[in-house]
Design a protein around this ligand. Sequence first.
Ligand code: CP
Length: 296
Amino acid sequence: MSKHLLDFKDIEKKDIEKLIDITGKLNPEKTDEISSISLLKFDEPSTRTRLSFSVAAYRLGIKTFESSDITSAKMKGENLKHEIETYKSMGIESLVIRTKEDNIEEYRKFEDISVISGGFGTSSHPTQAILDATTLDKFNKLDKDTPVVYIGDVKHSRVFESGRELFSLLGKKVGVFTHESFLPDDLSNIEVLNSWDEVLEATEAIELLRVQKERIKDLGDSDLDEYIKKYQLTDEILDKASENLITLHPMPMNVGIEISEKASLHNKFKYKDQLSFGVPSRIASYMYVMEKIWLK
Ligand code: CP
């Protein structure tokens, strides 16, 4: 029976804490080798997740191959069961998937191959949540009794969904500040904030989310200019905020929409710290599914 990392439903709090701890501490150049084969199957564009899994695998001595739906026999009608059986017959022991589909449950049942989510539809991006939590921990925000506040297109965000799942397991509060059409359907245990002043009063940690231009039509009567006027993070907001505030963004970011040019250069914006945890988070994730992490 192989472990998966598809979301945080089957994982214990102590294991998440271990993943965050390892991500924060490990040196990618000094990892133990794992002799294995992994398939990276990315059916949506990705820079950070795809390449950091490749680099993580390289650091661990795992050989990777890449595939995608468009180059596979799925185009000829092959079902997922036969696809996975084929991978296993070749000695592939883990699969990293990015897909626009919300079909995690179809993967959860597979045995003798580990499946890691590199981003499923609008529902899961656990390795991003791990590196976000590690960044909060680096700045001593993880244990604070204040919420992480997500701002942007929360409704369609897998980063938010995995973040709320992880933070809920850790007992950390989550808030949102966004246009009503971008609020998540499920607002249970979520603090909804209504202005930047409320955000700055409530928290020391913001996570901005990309506002996808194709979603702007969902804003109804409002338009992009109005959205920017009310919700864009500017340098004036960051200057006004407490010295303790940090801002995160999973990237890619649309400078000029969810964040202004000057805010993107501000010292309270910590996206480079997040980036630095990209490879460690994927190393820790490989180690977790291959049950190597607990040997440390
Ligand atoms: N944050 C993130 O998932 O980035 P990519 O889409 O580039 O992988």
